[in-house]
Design a protein around this ligand. Structure first.
Ligand code: ADP
Length: 443
């Protein structure tokens, strides 16, 4: 058992990891930029190390400083959280080179899955359907036009190294293709240090469905149900739920079988997510996120499993505590991301409570939300026996939540939760765009 872990992250996810470490009896070392000196993760950890000034490029993204902090404080492992360096194979490699454990899969696996073109080919090899599209990179506009014509418009140009909803362009007519291909490649090179792009068929209003995986790296691969993340604002997830209203037993089984084959073959270790687009009864592999995800709590609610605990045990001891025979999905869980619409000081915070309510956040009364980082400040997650009961519970919990001093999207989330189309469960990734004008008037 490792004794001490450094958490190379901030905010809500750092707090979340500290909580599980404490339950495991593992000490934690937090890192912080000077903007986060008074942040909750710094207060909750056993020790904290300042790693630089506010811009993440000078603090949370400086690999050498994070590793140095881990070595100096006597840590045996590093948990990367989400975002920042969580999917950096170079970081994982550097961590391992210093004799530390990286809490994630091997760097070679991160490399393979981080490249969407390679990931598509791998998924195909293990029998998973992929969105129709190019097998490799596309550069030549003439070739691109031929491929797009065969696929039929609309198509989407994607960066092989893209992530976080960035680096994608939807093309509806051939005239737009050549120019956008060049722009997309330039943008990809600037943002991801890799200009490789590829082309896929653009599905109209599909659902985003993903499977939560945990694996011990030795062949045990477990699927902890699916999540539906179809409520997205410009490809960024806003509300997630488990199970998905669009997935039945048969689709869940077909998706899981291919996913398990792929993760087992990759000797995958820790927590991971495999994402699909669902259109009617068909599903298509999209990508793998080789890390814990923001929306993992809905899967924790419906399975009763602490996913970060299993992730840490898998990566530090090569074991998990779950008997595969006993994994059961029950009830319904929904998560609303609470985003700050402006940074600033929180004068008052009333946290919702009561049965089936979980609030994961780094906020406290009197804290300051710095302007330098991701706008997500909290996640409100509810659990109930059925979807209608979970919706009523989320409405109730959002009414209890009170954050004064900064503007958030909490009222907008409540509006969506009560919108007839969301309540019906019948919506796709185009849903938010349909309601955007109305939502933005809600305060
Ligand atoms: P990222 O890695 O940036 O998160 P993804 O490949 O996961 O990008 O795609 C993010 C979102 O973009 C999806 O959830 C979906 O809404 C949309 N999307 C991606 N590919 C397609 C496609 N071929 N057709 C329709 N929508 C797509």
């Amino acid at each position: 058992m490792v004794r001490r872990i450094l958490i190379a992250n901030r905010g809500e996810i750092a707090v979340r990891v500290i909580r599980t470490c404490r339950e495991l009896g593992i000490e934690t070392v937090a890192v912080y930029s000077t903007a986060d000196r008074d942040s909750l993760h710094v207060q909750l950890a056993d020790q904290a190390v300042c790693i630089g000034p506010p811009p993440s490029a000078k603090s949370y993204l400086v690999k050498e400083n994070l590793i140095m902090a881990a070595l100096r404080t006597g840590c045996q492992a590093i948990h990367p959280g989400v975002g920042f360096l969580s999917e950096s194979a170079d970081f994982a490699r550097a961590v391992q080179k210093e004799g530390l454990i990286f809490i994630g899969p091997d760097p070679e696996v991160i490399d393979l899955l981080g490249d969407k073109v390679q990931a598509r080919n791998t998924a195909k090899k293990y029998g998973l359907p992929i969105t129709p599209g190019t097998e490799g990179a596309v550069q030549d506009p003439v070739e691109a036009a031929k491929i797009a014509r065969e696929l039929g418009y609309p198509v989407i140009i994607k960066a092989a190294a893209g992530g976080g909803g960035k680096g994608m362009r939807v093309i509806r007519r051939e005239e737009e293709l050549a120019e956008n291909l060049a722009i997309a490649s330039r943008e990809a090179a600037a943002n991801f240090a890799d200009g490789t792009v590829f082309i896929e068929k653009y599905l109209e209003n599909p659902r985003h469905v993903e499977l939560q995986i945990v694996a011990d790296g030795k062949g045990t691969v477990l699927v902890l149900g699916e999540r539906d993340c179809s409520v997205q604002k410009r490809h960024q997830k806003l509300i997630e739920e488990s199970p998905s209203p669009a997935v039945d037993e048969d689709m869940r089984r077909r998706m899981s079988e291919g996913a398990v084959r792929m993760f087992r073959e990759l000797k995958y270790r820790g927590a991971g997510t495999i994402e699909f687009l669902v259109s009617g009864k068909d599903f298509y592999f999209m990508e793998v996120n080789a890390r814990i995800q923001v929306e993992h709590p809905v899967s924790e609610f419906v399975t009763g499993i602490d996913i970060i605990r299993q992730q840490i045990l898998a990566c530090t001891e090569g074991r998990m505590e779950i008997d595969p025979e006993t994994v059961r999905l029950s009830g319904w869980s929904i998560e609303c991301r609470i985003n700050a619409l402006s940074p600033g000081k929180v004068h008052r915070l009333d946290v919702p409570g009561g049965p089936g309510v979980r609030f994961d956040s780094f906020l406290y009364s009197g804290c300051t939300v710095p302007p330098h980082y991701d706008s997500m400040v909290a996640k409100l997650i509810v659990y109930a026996p059925t979807r209608p009961l979970a919706l009523a519970r989320m409405d109730r919990a959002l009414r209890e939540l009170r954050i004064e001093g900064i503007k958030t999207n909490a009222a907008q989330q409540r509006w969506i939760i009560n919108h007839p189309k969301f309540q019906s469960g019948d919506f796709g990734t185009g849903y938010y765009a349909e309601i955007e004008k109305e939502v933005e008037h809600v305060h």
